[in-house]
Write a protein that binds this ligand. Structure first.
Ligand code: AMP
Length: 407
């Protein structure tokens, strides 16, 4: 399949040539014709599959088609995303693909001055990318008008539900014209997503390029068992010996991200942390520094990193095991993009065994445990599916550094 088979307009095809995209990805092959056909769509696709272009390209094609009543810079497509970073990134994609069109777009999100966003909206935009809270603020201040909206996209819908945006989403949907096209993208078809999708568009075409628990084939992932207290030391050792160009490192908490970043700083490894307590500017700057290779390590919490697209990320590290198994798939989906090989390493301490087991259940796969010389844990990760609680908590399964069993 070629892009030119997809009935996209010439200016759009030219922008794709500029990007050097050779052919549509599977999600694009399925989703683009459905959207051009004006169907409602619900699609399950992870970040990294080309899902953004899968909705942005046909939206631009529809908006710019003179047959479709083009009036110029009236808001006709609304894309809602869970995080600020994702909003900015989706807007960047809209810009890239509309390079040869006279389509105007902007992104609005919290943490940035509302006044500037109001000015941009006043000038008129065709496509608006927004996070839910800021969008509703702007609506309440009468800075945005929904009456011409024809297309409504929910990007990373399951993440929005996880983040508690359900009421905001429903509120927004109720403010939009009833006759509209609904396009819903999610990493997984969770039950809560399905029930929202049914409410919004019960005849939506269902498209899925992944099944729950599936990870990319070109991602190699394994576990380094290590004691909790030695994780930072091991990470530094890995960074130094493996000679990675860059790595994206996930921590569970904001505090953990800051602490790790300081530890890396102490040994002169250039790094930055992104999480919810950082200002929007700070987060954007860190991301930009990472994308442009000015820092080696980006330490991130799940929410801050969700949906961000970093090209050619070959290395993802789970410094902490995520508490929600699904997040493991999101995290490691950062690597192995566009057919490149990627590695995802989890540093797992004994107390995280249950979380690891949940992930392995979801993946339906046992992750290989590789101990690193000098970092063999005193507190072993149980290897059995269901460890006996007694063995796990008493010292029977412990081992000292030399590998001799204690207790
Ligand atoms: P996404 O899944 O939307 O986050 O996209 C992941 C990455 O794939 C982005 O960097 C896109 O620029 C890139 N991409 C999207 N479509 C294609 C394509 N057809 N061929 C190559 N790269 C693509």
């Amino acid at each position: 399949m070629k892009f030119s088979d997809l009935k996209l307009s010439d200016p759009i095809l030219r922008s794709l040539q500029d990007q050097n995209y050779k052919e549509p990805t599977p999600i694009q092959t399925d989703v683009i014709p459905a959207i051009l056909n004006k169907s409602d769509v619900m699609a399950a696709a992870q970040t990294g599959t080309g899902k953004t272009a899968a909705f942005v390209l046909p939206i631009l094609s529809i908006l710019s088609n003179p047959k479709n009543n083009y009036k110029g810079h009236q808001l006709r497509a609304l894309i809602v995303t869970p995080t600020r970073e994702l909003a900015a990134q989706v807007r960047e994609s809209v810009n890239t693909y509309s390079k040869y069109l006279s389509i105007r777009s902007t992104a609005v999100y919290g943490g940035a001055r509302i006044h500037n966003q109001q000015l941009k909206l006043r000038k008129g935009v065709d496509v608006l990318v927004a996070t839910p809270g800021r969008l509703l603020d702007l609506y309440n201040q009468k800075s945005v008008n929904f009456k011409n909206i024809e297309m409504f996209v929910l990007d990373e819908a399951d993440q929005m539900l996880d983040m508690g945006f359900i009421h905001d989403i429903k509120k927004i949907a109720n403010l939009l014209p009833e006759r509209r096209q609904n396009l819903m993208f999610t990493a997984t078809f969770s039950n809560s997503f399905r029930s929202l999708a049914r409410e919004m568009a019960d005849k939506a075409i269902e498209i899925s390029v992944t099944s729950d628990g599936e990870t990319g084939e070109n991602i190699e992932h394994y576990v380094h068992p290590v004691d909790k207290s030695r994780k930072a030391e091991l990470l530094i050792e890995l960074i130094e010996t493996k000679k990675w160009d860059q790595a994206l490192v996930f921590t569970r908490t904001k505090h953990g991200a800051d602490r790790l970043q300081k530890q890396l700083d102490k040994v002169s490894i250039k790094s930055k942390a992104i999480h919810g307590n950082k200002t929007q500017n700070n987060r954007m700057k860190a991301l930009d520094d990472f994308k442009n290779n000015r820092i080696k390590i980006l330490v991130a919490t799940d929410v801050a990193a969700r949906g961000i697209d970093i090209k050619k990320m070959s290395q993802v590290i789970n410094f902490d095991v995520p508490t929600v198994a699904k997040d493991y798939i999101h995290r490691i989906g950062r690597t192995g993009r566009g057919g490149d090989k990627g590695t995802a390493i989890s540093l797992v301490s004994a107390d995280e065994f249950r979380l690891l087991r949940d992930i392995e259940k979801l993946l339906n796969q046992k992750l290989e445990r590789i101990e690193i010389d000098g970092f063999e844990p005193e507190h072993l990760i149980p290897t059995k599916e269901k460890p006996q609680k007694k063995n796990f908590h008493n010292k029977a399964g412990f081992r000292n550094r030399k590998g001799n069993r204690k207790g």
